[in-house]
Design a protein around this ligand. Structure first.
Ligand code: URA
Length: 230
């Protein structure tokens, strides 16, 4: 919300008093004086007028989880355990998932209550690659590399996927880097070659690498440097 509106909404202030306080440099956002009334204040920011705290700021939270198979990427589900069920009660409120994984897919899942940050991580124009380790039923052929790099037409959505990089590791295993997250995207890309995906594990999202010390089902808060890299 704009700073002048946030202050103007306080019971003890009106718009013009709020503007005056801002112009006088008496309003601080996260410790810094802000003299621009149009400044966009986030829910996570602490806002003070002189020595009075007018908004304490919500605590921003960021976690990485090593998702096991059979757990659904949702906050609620009638049948399956959800990824939120894997978190301690105190860590759960207001979290959303930044980039879901299918029921059987394993690996890196990010949970946060910071919508702006998670959008940066997931939206295609950020160009942050998501790296998947893929195992398949049939051998992976060199021709896949070019097809994936060119983009593939998905008739259901009437779109062409963004160029994706395939690195073949052995006959049935590869690393695939995507820059978007379409429904069942990896499975559909290999499905084009009638090659069934038998194992799918997300190892990385942009700068965030799944912590090798996290066992399946475990999670940890992101480090400050990891949050800042997104
Ligand atoms: N592509 C898929 O097919 N499934 C996932 O879980 C993620 C990407």
């Amino acid at each position: 919300m704009r700073l002048d509106r946030l202050l103007g909404n306080l019971p003890q202030l009106n718009r013009s008093a709020a503007r005056r306080l801002i112009a006088e440099g008496r309003v601080r956002v996260d410790g810094l004086a802000v003299r621009d009334g149009t400044f966009a204040v986030r829910d996570f920011s602490r806002v003070e007028v002189d020595d009075a705290v007018v908004q304490p700021g919500r605590t921003a939270r960021y976690f990485m989880l090593n998702k096991p198979t059979g757990v659904v990427s949702a906050t609620e589900h009638p049948e399956h355990r959800t990824v939120l069920d894997l978190l301690e009660q105190a860590d759960r409120p207001d979290l959303h998932i930044a980039g879901r994984l299918d029921l059987t897919t394993t690996g890196l899942l990010i949970l946060t209550n910071d919508g702006l940050w998670s959008r940066r991580l997931t939206e295609p124009r950020s160009r942050l690659g998501k790296v998947y380790r893929v195992r398949t039923e049939q051998p992976i052929l060199p021709e896949y590399v070019e097809t994936f790099a060119q983009g593939m037409y998905f008739a259901y959505e009437d779109l062409t996927t963004l160029p994706a990089e395939l690195q073949i590791l052995d006959s049935h295993e590869a690393l695939l880097t995507l820059h978007e997250g379409r429904y069942h995207q990896v499975k559909r890309m290999f499905g084009h070659f009638r090659n069934k995906v038998t194992g799918l594990h997300r190892e990385r999202m942009g700068p965030l690498q799944l912590d090798p010390d996290l066992a399946s089902g475990d999670y940890r808060p992101l480090h400050v440097e990891e949050i800042a890299q997104v």
